[in-house]
Design a protein around this ligand. Structure first.
Ligand SMILES: [Zn+2]
Length: 569
């Protein structure tokens, strides 16, 4: 009996195994022959990945993953290239940058002043004769071999009789005479928070210095792009971020952004044309922030939206009164009333379960902010709300410990790539070696995520930021942060992917390449793990996927971009 039954039993097992295999869904696409850095708990590196319905179906060896394919599966041969989880900037002003991207010039990443002036000459030739030519921050003279900004004469020569506005970071603006006239600026015009340079005859020279509100004052006088330019610019800017391997942003509106400025992104969202996941926040540009927040949030309850566009809280300033400037070392003396106002908003946010992301350039501001957050936490626990502080380039261990105790996040950006020299003067060489103290924070187990704070104080390129995370050098190569406070390549990548996803409560959905998570990924031009550190800033994506759809492809992957969109439609 036993002998006759045995083959039958074996047959049954074989049949059930076969039917199980037949029922297992085949992949929509498989990526094979790669070096896939998964950023899972074990930091696994695998050869291949299967994707189905926009999500990772499985990762593993070429052999295992090929079994997931059938005749309809798209097979992508990675040719040995490195794949990383899609990058996410944890503190960026991308929505603001997108609005003007199709109509404004940019000196971000421009290698010389001569080249910058060429761009202005070109714009003068190709744009309507009355239109402004505007460069809105995002550059420093340190990126130029000339080691200086433009002169007014050079701007006039590049664009004769044209209104030209060139802003450097948040510290200087050059405005040509035609621009000064259009802005109706006089020698006695009051410049908010700033100063006009004057010649011996007390006439305006066209050079202005100041702080954020100074430049908001000027840019408000320059007509903005049309609505269709805003939509086109946003789309173009997102594609540029996709080209750099980015698939998500944690976005903050910043100065000059008002509710109507969200219409461009809402339009792209409603058309299903977003190629970047956006967590957006609400801020107030008025003196009545609590009233603003109360009314604005009536229409956007916490987490409202979907996985492409979602509301994730308020920031990056709860109130204007305690803002400590764009960099460490600026004058800063908020009153007791300013702090009371700030803490009232913080308490209201806690009471309504709202996540707060707060700016603090300096440790001094951060320490006082934490005094308030700790007091709020005693009444209304905030430890599950993932409150965050951005920047703090000179964070003390004590500040980081206090943040850890509140289960907060620290958003670190490569702002010092541009402003390192200024900050080194303020902090001195010793303290600059730990600006910012990334390794100390990681060892404490604090949630630390990376980013850029682009568009006006740093370039948006994530690989420029990652290079800075790794070697701590400012843009002209001057060493600043020491290796003892610098993360490893794997840690830096994690700060730009999985740890960034934690900031928007998305770490279970994306940020690493594991079964069940969104297939948000970037295939890189070179191997991130082994390329010399100074070459990290030159990396870019050759294929970027958001939810398994190719949103950027070049070279052998160019055809996937078009095919990917068709399938998603
Ligand atoms: Zn900020």
């Amino acid at each position: 009996m036993t002998n006759r039954l045995a083959p039958l039993a074996v047959l049954t097992i074989v049949i059930s195994a076969m039917s199980a295999h037949a029922q297992a869904p085949a992949a929509d696409a498989i990526l094979v022959n790669g070096k896939i850095i998964t950023v899972d708990d074990a930091s696994s590196i695998v050869q291949a990945m299967a994707i189905r319905d926009g999500k990772v179906l499985a990762v593993g060896s070429n052999e295992d993953i090929r079994k997931r394919a059938d005749g309809r599966t798209t097979v992508v041969d990675l040719g040995g290239r490195t794949v990383v989880p899609g990058l996410m900037d944890s503190h960026i002003h991308a929505l603001r940058a997108g609005l003007t991207y199709s109509v404004e010039l940019s000196w971000i990443g421009v290698p010389s002043l001569a080249k910058g002036l060429d761009l202005i000459r070109e714009a003068a030739r190709t744009s309507p004769p009355d239109a402004w030519i505007k460069i809105g921050g995002g550059w420093t003279e340190l990126q130029f071999p000339e080691k200086r900004g433009p002169t007014i004469e050079e701007l006039i020569a590049a664009a004769p009789n044209r209104p030209v506005y060139v802003q450097r970071l948040y510290n200087t603006a050059w405005i040509t005479p035609a621009g000064v006239k259009l802005m109706k600026l006089m020698a006695d015009t009051e410049i908010p928070g700033g100063k006009a340079e004057k010649d011996a005859g007390s006439n305006l020279t066209g050079v202005f210095t100041g702080v954020n509100r100074t430049f908001n004052f000027f840019t408000a006088k320059i007509p903005g792009p049309s609505f269709s330019d805003q939509v086109a610019g946003t789309q173009k800017y997102f594609r540029e971020l996709n080209r750099l391997g980015m698939t998500a942003v944690n976005d903050f509106p910043g100065g000059g952004m008002f509710p109507q400025d969200f219409r461009a992104i809402q339009t792209l969202w409603s058309r299903g044309e977003m190629t970047l996941r956006v967590a957006f926040h609400i801020s107030s540009n008025s003196q009545h922030t609590l009233e603003d927040f109360k009314s604005l949030t009536l229409f956007t309850p916490m987490n409202f939206g979907d996985d492409m566009l979602r509301y994730r809280g308020i920031g990056e300033s709860l109130t204007q009164g305690i803002y400590d400037g764009s960099t460490v070392g600026l004058p800063y003396n908020p009153s007791a009333k300013d702090w009371e106002e700030f803490c009232t908003v913080a308490k209201w946010a806690a009471d309504h379960g709202i996540t707060v992301h707060q700016h603090a350039a300096s440790d001094r501001a951060a320490a006082q902010i934490l005094d308030c957050f700790e007091a709020v936490n005693k009444e209304i626990p905030i430890t599950s709300l993932r409150w965050q502080i951005a920047h703090i380039e000179n964070a003390s261990d004590e500040t980081l410990r206090r943040m850890k105790a509140l289960n907060m996040g620290w958003a670190v950006q490569d702002r010092l790539v541009y402003s390192g020299q200024i900050v080194t003067k303020v902090l001195g060489p010793e303290a600059s070696r730990r600006a910012p103290p990334i390794k100390t924070a990681l060892k404490m187990g604090l949630h630390v995520a990376a980013g850029t704070d682009s568009d006006q104080v740093a370039p948006y390129n994530p690989f420029v930021s990652i290079r800075w995370l790794l070697d701590g050098k400012v843009i002209d190569g001057t060493p600043m942060r020491g290796p003892e406070e610098s993360p490893s390549r794997e840690e830096a990548l994690r700060m730009y992917s999985l740890d960034a996803a934690w900031f928007t409560f998305d770490e279970a959905k994306r940020g690493s390449l594991e079964a069940g998570k969104y297939a948000d990924l970037a295939v890189l031009s070179e191997d991130y793990m082994t390329v010399p550190v100074e070459k990290v800033s030159e990396l870019h994506a050759v294929l970027t996927m958001v939810g398994g759809r190719a949103v950027y492809g070049e070279g052998p992957f160019a055809t996937l971009e078009a095919g990917g969109s068709r399938r998603a439609d």
